[in-house]
Design a protein around this ligand. Structure first.
Ligand SMILES: Nc1ncnc2c1ncn2[C@@H]1O[C@H](COP(=O)(O)OP(=O)(O)OP(=O)(O)O)[C@@H](O)[C@H]1O
Ligand SMILES: [Cu+]
Length: 740
């Protein structure tokens, strides 16, 4: 990591990769270039995700380097969700068709080998060794070139891959036959010597056929999950001094006012100034029920007005909107390698040398023991071993599943920040929940105010003014209550948030403290009285204590409703065997009340922000895999320390930044959905890796015993790739069915 320099992200679209080896080759080579910080090539999406230092890196050179490696590359448009042209499909199709054209005449004479086809006519000249050699050369060296080239490069870099296996297999068949053309074995007439040109040509053709099918299937996966492009309107209606003006979305600035009518899509994130409307948020959250919005509530880009008209003050535009974040984090999920893939790649690196060893044993066994000196048959068996064991589906095993899983998640209002997060969530065994704003909606209401000396309205004016700029949900409640009562707030001379305690402020010459009892006690405030506080807390309310100039001035109670679906969510997470506990900065009684209401078995109250983090670290020392769900600044350190941090809808910026998973939906079922998606995706990945390894490995014994023809081995390799793609598509269906 190069510190202190600005980094930029660059995404390339790459055409022509056949195997994870190709992806590796690009990674290895580009990584070494100057100014490149990191690169990850996603084989399934055919994209390279690069982080670079703009002053040091040259994008042209990067493109040239990829070209030199034998692939086509172009800078990819941002925000386009991985849907590419079908150029790879065409490329592979052409390679297959042309190599098949030359392979078929080589296969024709084979008709004489089988009794049931031996009556068919075979042109005599097709059996002439020279003719066969001429047919085999282009297949081996033109359409087989990508494998030869790949094998050379990979061996040069000290590792062996699929290309090495294919090259070894085909070149040995070709080379041996070539030798026989010039040194026909005694006893064979012209035209009847056993050549193996068709073996190598057939392997190459079959592999291209497979790659073609596979590329088609990959394209299908990508295209079947439609893009986000159409989600935003192409024009926006700006209002200025009662004049309406149609503009393009990028011309709109923060603070401007826009008008949105029935049936239209909200173009920006903002706050409603006038009007009321029914809004469909399903594009963001996957939920189809509609919400009522009126002045003071927030609307998000991408949602649709079913009925009504809204005048909205713009708060965020373009990539800064919630929708923009969702799309970006989806892209990011595709851009890093999950841990499970790294492990598989390491295993694959061992696989290839082992296979070559087995092939050598096979050759010796047949040559020395079975056919006593017939190199042809021994060679064929060895080639079958090599080709059938090629683990080329490994590169596809994770990226397709991650793509489908995270895409479904995004549709349901869940953003995974990385493939790692998607994978790790399913391994969680303990979840810690913050209370205020996480288990509850975070839009609390002031229910009681009891001021000691000041008039109630004046008391409220002071505390709401002090809290005016604070992001804490409690602050919001006070400000809303003041607004409701028509109080005009003043600007504090100075204010600061004391996370976990409250707020201190200087206002109109007075020094104010607002927060927990603990805050007032720690500042030696005089004359604190409980008053109605005990009774309020027993009802699950949060009590605020207020001091003015070092003396207790009154208290207020605040209540918040639970997020919809919380109790059901808690129940189903418990059923999965996950330990759940509530961890809150609020008082013991308020915490006990909520814990009981939701069904938490454990809870901890009065926890300070750094204690939340310490608690997470302690649990982790017991080897627990912790997920921390939170919304506040006070949760951010704990979320960052946890195995997985999860932020909820309307969380503070700090919490969102610390999160690995973002829930953009209001209800708590989103959390259950996130778990389901994670575990189903991981299961799918495991199955894929199983197919990629085991399927081919099972063929090895048969191949060693000579039961597998080389071309059949080539198609087995393809079959395992296709199985992986189809299995990933199956994940899509399951996710749709189970999380409807
Ligand atoms: N901005 C604030 N204004 C008034 N009181 C506050 C403020 N921030 C914190 N407090 C007081 O400090 C206590 C602890 O706050 P903290 O933010 O740690 O947790 P919380 O919001 O109550 O609950 P949770 O930890 O479940 O989010 C609150 O219960 C409240 O009494
Ligand atoms: Cu392969």
């Amino acid at each position: 990591m190069k510190d202190g320099l600005v980094q930029e992200k660059l995404t390339l679209q790459i055409t022509g990769m056949t195997c994870s080896a190709c992806a590796h080759r690009i990674e290895k080579s580009v990584e070494k270039m100057s100014g490149i910080d990191s690169i990850f090539v996603n084989l399934a999406l055919e994209k390279a995700y690069i982080r670079l230092v703009p002053e040091e890196a040259d994008v042209r050179q990067v493109l040239d380097r990829v070209h030199q490696l034998g692939f086509r590359a172009a800078v990819s448009e941002q925000n386009e969700s991985g849907i590419s042209s079908s150029s790879t499909v065409q490329l592979f199709r052409n390679r297959f068709l042309l190599s098949a054209l030359f392979t078929l005449p080589l296969l024709w004479p084979m008709l004489h080998h089988f009794t049931w086809t031996s009556f068919l006519w075979v042109p005599e000249w097709l059996q002439i060794p020279w003719v066969q050699l001429l047919l085999a050369i282009p297949v081996q060296f033109i359409w087989g070139w990508p494998f030869l080239d790949g094998a050379y490069r990979s061996l040069k870099n000290g590792y062996a891959n699929m290309d090495v296996l294919v090259t070894l297999g085909t070149l040995s068949a070709f080379g041996y036959s070539h030798y026989l053309v010039f040194h026909p074995p005694a006893g064979f007439h012209h035209g009847h010597s056993p050549l193996y040109f068709e073996t190598s040509a057939m392997i190459i053709s079959v592999i291209w056929l497979g790659k073609w099918m596979e590329a088609k299937a990959r394209n299908h996966v990508r295209q079947s999950t439609e893009g986000w492009g159409g989600l935003l309107p192409s024009t926006v209606r700006r209002v200025r001094e009662d004049c309406e003006e149609l503009l393009e979305p990028h011309q709109i600035r923060k603070g401007e006012e826009v008008l949105i009518r029935s049936g239209e899509i909200v173009p920006v994130d903002g706050i409603v100034l006038e009007g009321s409307a029914l809004i469909d948020e399903s594009a963001l959250t996957g939920e189809s029920h509609s919400l009522e919005k009126q002045a003071g509530t927030k609307v998000s880009a991408g949602t649709r007005i079913i009925q009504g008209t809204l005048k909205v003050k713009v708060e965020q535009t373009g990539g800064q909107t919630l929708l923009g974040h969702i799309i970006r984090s989806f892209e990011e999920t595709q851009s890093a390698k999950p841990a499970i893939q790294t492990k598989a790649d390491k295993a694959a690196a061992w696989f290839v040398p082992i296979i070559i060893g087995l092939a050598a044993i096979t050759f010796l066994y047949w040559f020395k023991l079975r056919t006593l000196g017939d190199a042809g048959i021994a060679l064929k068996a060895a080639i079958s071993v090599i080709i059938s064991a090629c683990p080329c589906a490994i590169g596809l095993a994770t990226p397709l599943s991650v793509f489908i899983g995270s895409r479904r998640a995004a549709e349901l209002g869940i953003s995974f920040r990385s493939g790692k997060a998607l994978e790790a969530l399913s391994r969680t065994d303990t979840i810690l929940f913050d209370k205020t704003g996480t288990v509850t909606m975070g839009v609390p209401m002031v229910t009681d105010i009891s001021a000691r000396a000041l008039p109630t309205l004046e008391f409220l004016r002071l505390i709401a003014s002090a809290e005016k700029e604070c992001e804490h949900p409690i602050a919001g409640a006070l400000v809303r209550e003041a607004g409701r009562r028509g109080i005009v707030l003043t600007q504090a001379e100075y204010w600061t948030e004391l996370p976990g305690y409250g707020v201190e402020a200087k206002l109109e010459g007075k020094f104010l403290l607002i927060g927990s009892k603990r805050l007032l006690l720690s500042r030696n405030v005089k004359g604190i009285q409980s008053g109605d506080a005990d009774q309020w807390e027993a009802q699950g309310k949060t009590v605020l204590y207020v001091a003015v100039d070092g003396e207790w001035a009154g208290s207020s109670a605040i209540t918040d409703s639970l997020r919809p679906g919380t109790t059901a969510a808690i129940r189903s997470l418990k059923k999965k065997g996950i330990q759940l506990s509530l961890i809150t900065g609020d008082s013991y009684k308020a915490a006990a009340y909520t814990a009981k209401l939701c069904g938490f078995e454990h809870f901890q109250a009065g926890v300070l922000p750094n204690e939340k983090m310490e608690h997470v670290l302690q649990l982790q020392q017991q080897q627990r895999k912790i997920a921390m769900v939170g919304d506040g600044m006070n949760d951010a350190p704990a979320m960052a320390a946890a195995h997985i941090g999860i932020s909820v809808r309307n969380a503070t910026t700090a919490a969102k930044e610390a999160a690995d998973v973002l829930l953009n939906r209001e209800d708590s079922k989103a959390l259950v959905d996130a778990f389901q998606i994670s575990s189903m995706t991981v299961t799918n990945i495991r199955q894929n890796l199983g197919f990629a390894f085991v399927y081919n490995a099972l063929l090895i014994p048969s191949a060693m015993l000579g039961h597998v023809e080389p071309w059949a081995a080539g198609s087995a390799m393809t079959l395992s790739s296709l199985t992986v793609v189809l299995n990933a598509l199956r994940l899509k269906r399951i996710l749709r069915r189970k999380l409807g």
